[in-house]
Design a protein around this ligand. Structure first.
Ligand code: TRP
Length: 452
């Protein structure tokens, strides 16, 4: 395919894909979700399985998704259609990219509610609410926010508007520039905060929590949670990386680009763990508190830091931007499809989807307060969307896309796309995907569902 075929343009530098993909991967999943998932799932056992999943499932599946995306240089739906029209794959596969787009849409609906919490905390931090605060006070600040539908609605709406405006632009322009500034600042800030947290927090307990485990702690639930979170954190199984890959320069090695993205994503998550957990132990907050963990522990740290008002505000601002660069990727699949196929402008397409996200997000934020009696399988809508996407939809779509790549696309096509310097690398990836990642995803998903 000629380099310039993609309707929406190509990232001119090979690095821009890495930046955009890292922007998608690094988000609330790393800073908000990872620390509390580790806390809820027994610490070391979860971390150990999570790292294995990133390496042996996440990375090979990410490479598969990106290889597929770059091969046709169109949006994921048209890519699969194209492969079908050229008789490479069966018609049934055409359904998969729609499922992937649906996953992104559903995730965004609750993701923007949480990004709204970050906005609310940003405002409070600017106002100095967290100066000299303690965990009891921050807990009540958080509680107050959760029990106010109107305030959550306000911030959720602000975030959705930001997403619509951002996705309305071309992702081959602004996005990479934003991520280029954002990522280094985020890593530096997390490094600085982790030093502080390690100094004032309880490092011993954190290290023994993170790095020791007993085999019997590795239950099907923990494994399923780890795989689900690896997919969530790498944004795979929703076609965002697939869509971005269409804009990727042919000169970049896919394997190298994906390894860097996985490395950056893991690093940010571990740093976030090292910021949150020592404080949690020092303050005697329960590690299995759940989604509020990061929002309760961090403001206490900011409150006691010199210049904490500023540091805290800067941190929440970075968190909001990280959430934004992830959110953009969640809508990209459908937006690029509507734009390329139906010639709808990107802005109109994102407005259309954004309204849907906004409404669903509204329902999910209400499920945290006014509608909390309404549950399915014991979960309120907010938790249901989270569990359904990370434990079912993302693993299933990731599995289907991997099967598509490993068993249905001719090997020579993949070899051409992946161009690894050392042919052994290709073989390594291909065999791991086929004989390890796919069977493992199957087993884990099924045993996990039975165990849940
Ligand atoms: N990876 C992002 C994070 O860690 C979230 C994300 C972006 C995502 N795109 C996704 C999650 C698609 C699930 C599906 O915050």
């Amino acid at each position: 395919m000629p380099e310039n075929r993609c309707v929406q343009g190509i990232w001119t530098s090979p690095w821009l894909f890495i930046l955009a993909a890292s922007g998608s991967a690094v988000g609330l999943g790393n800073i908000w979700k990872f620390p509390y998932m580790v806390g809820e799932n027994g610490g070391g056992a979860f971390l150990f399985v999570y790292l294995l999943c990133m390496l042996f499932v996440g990375l090979p599946v990410l490479i598969a998704e990106v290889a597929l995306g770059r091969s046709v240089r169109a949006n994921p739906i048209d890519t699969i259609n194209d492969l079908h029209e050229r008789h490479i794959i069966n018609k049934a596969w055409v359904l998969v990219p729609y499922l992937a787009g649906l996953a992104g849409f559903l995730v965004l609906s609750f993701y923007s509610v949480i990004a709204g919490w970050a906005l609310a905390f940003f405002e409070r931090s600017l106002k100095g609410v967290f100066t000299e605060t303690d965990e009891v006070q921050t807990q009540s600040v958080f509680q107050e926010l959760i029990s106010s539908p109107s305030e959550m609605m306000l911030w959720h709406s602000v975030f959705v508007v930001l997403v619509i405006l951002a996705v309305g632009q071309s992702v081959t322009r602004g996005l990479a520039v934003l991520v280029k500034m954002l990522l280094p600042s985020l890593v530096l800030m997390l490094l600085g905060l982790s030093v502080y947290s390690v100094l004032v927090g309880d490092l011993d307990q954190t290290l023994s929590f993170l790095f020791s485990w007993k085999w019997n702690q590795i239950t099907p639930n923990v494994v399923l949670a780890a795989v689900g979170h690896a997919f969530f954190s790498l944004s795979i199984g929703m076609g965002g990386m697939f869509a971005y890959a269409a804009y990727m320069s042919k000169h970049m090695s896919i394997a190298r680009a994906c390894s860097i993205v996985v490395g950056v994503d893991t690093l940010v998550a571990i740093l976030a763990g090292l910021v949150v957990l020592p404080l949690v132990f020092a303050l005697n907050i329960n590690v299995d508190t759940g989604p509020s963990l990061t929002f309760i522990s961090l403001p206490v740290a900011f409150g006691s830091l010199p210049g904490g008002q500023l540091v805290g505000s800067a941190f929440f601002l970075l968190l909001i931007l990280a959430a934004l660069t992830s959110a953009i990727s969640m809508l990209e699949l459908f937006v690029s499809w509507l734009h390329e196929r139906f010639y709808i402008s990107r802005l109109k397409a994102s407005l259309l989807l954004g309204v849907g996200v906004w409404l669903l997000g509204f329902a999910s934020l209400l499920s945290l307060n006014d509608w909390s009696d309404w549950t399915v399988f014991g979960y309120v809508l907010f938790d249901l969307l989270d569990k359904f996407t990370s434990l079912i939809l993302l693993p299933v779509v990731a599995l289907l896309l991997s099967v598509l790549v490993a068993l249905n696309i001719p090997r020579s096509r993949l070899e051409n796309e992946l161009i690894t310097r050392n042919p052994k690398h290709f073989k390594w990836w291909y065999n791991v995907l086929k004989f390890f990642s796919i069977p493992i995803m199957l087993v884990i998903t099924i045993t996990g569902w039975i165990g849940v």
